[in-house]
Design a protein around this ligand. Sequence first.
Ligand SMILES: NC(=O)c1ccc[n+]([C@@H]2O[C@H](COP(=O)([O-])OP(=O)(O)OC[C@H]3O[C@@H](n4cnc5c(N)ncnc54)[C@H](O)[C@@H]3O)[C@@H](O)[C@H]2O)c1
Length: 419
Amino acid sequence: MESYDIKDPKLAEGGRRRIQWAAREMPVLASIRERFEKEQPLKGIRMSACLHVTTETANLMHTLQAGGADVVLVASNPLSTQDDVAASLVTHYEIPVHAIKGENNVVYYKHINTAIDHKPHITMDDGADLVSTLHKDRRENLDHVIGGTEETTTGVIRLRAMAADGALQFPVIAVNDAMTKHFFDNRYGTGQSTLDGIIRATNMLLAGKTFVVAGYGWCARGLAQKAKGMGANVIVTEIDPLKALEAVMDGFRVMKMVDAAPIGDIFCTLTGDINVVDKHHFEVMKDGAIVSNSGHFNVEINIPALEEMSVEKRLVRPFVDQYELPDGRNIHLLGEGRLINLAAAEGHPASVMDMSFANQALSAEYMVKNADKLESMVYSVPEDIDMEIARLKLEAMGIDIDVLTEEQVAYLNSWQEGT
Ligand SMILES: NC(=O)c1ccc[n+]([C@@H]2O[C@H](COP(=O)([O-])OP(=O)(O)OC[C@H]3O[C@@H](n4cnc5c(N)ncnc54)[C@H](O)[C@@H]3O)[C@@H](O)[C@H]2O)c1
């Protein structure tokens, strides 16, 4: 096997048990793996994946490998790696992994460069750091690449910006665009696991707390709903009037962040934007306020401003940094402002990643079959793949749905029939 860089191979056994536990909730991916084993659609394909190294990702790697791919995995975030999973992938699955939880930025990019050294035909990204490094610093390796896939909203936004600039040099499939991805992963997965991360980091009771959710997109909607379900008083902040209106009609208080800042107990940003919680917000927050982020990058909270304002910073619990301000107030930042569901918890539950990663596996297969017909653009997941995943998921859940009768098909396709 190629070289690897992980925390400790001795963690492998525990990692394997957790990978197998996740597999129980991933029946769609399992059915794809079975077909891949027989058909070998990825035979001879070198793949470099830059994803959160979790139990669910391990099941995806195993599926790609079963399809014949030669896979290397690196982290897509310095704090999201599960070291036992990395150890098991290396030890039991013979998949080279370069990822260590808590790696610094230099090591993070060293690992991404290792993924590029693999000379991938296909890139698989979560946040587009791999594709962006390839285009910025390692252009001599662009020739081998036939295409890529991208997992998350922020990555898709970056790739569309690259395509609009004429910079993107190969086709990429936006897995996030699939309905079987963002309807479920972003909403239910991020919603539940973000609360899980905040609770694991703080062990605080949510009932009765004022919980400020920044954004009301797919992820934030899920979080707002779940926090409400736990008895929190939820406030939503938005910049999009339509989303703000939707939040109002869903029963949430909507206001500007500057108005929410003095009354919030817990804050969580899920916008994909920068400095959503900023210096002037910290200035008016209550003593003890908890600030967290579950958007892709750690720029949603202005951490440099908080550092500059503070007279002291201390780690009071794992994943909880307490910043003391000159007037004696304390503000608590969770997980260094990185995706809290992956930093302090385990990321999305396997049941939703089953669909997200089914999209990844089938998109990789589609890319291998169709790359020569695609341009250097960002493509959505083909609708038939999306629908097939929904069908397989329902089947795995033992749920039957109605099928249109011939009469109904004719009716729905006619314009003559009216009142
Ligand atoms: N934590 C995770 O595991 C996880 C999972 C999926 C996606 N993500 C990331 O979460 C982020 C959000 O993803 P999404 O799918 O919900 O995107 P989305 O586009 O559906 O929603 C983002 C929302 O934020 C709003 N917004 C932008 N700037 C704002 C501001 N300054 N104040 C308030 N609202 C603002 C937008 O109007 C939009 O409604 C992205 O960075 C995405 O990559 C994280």
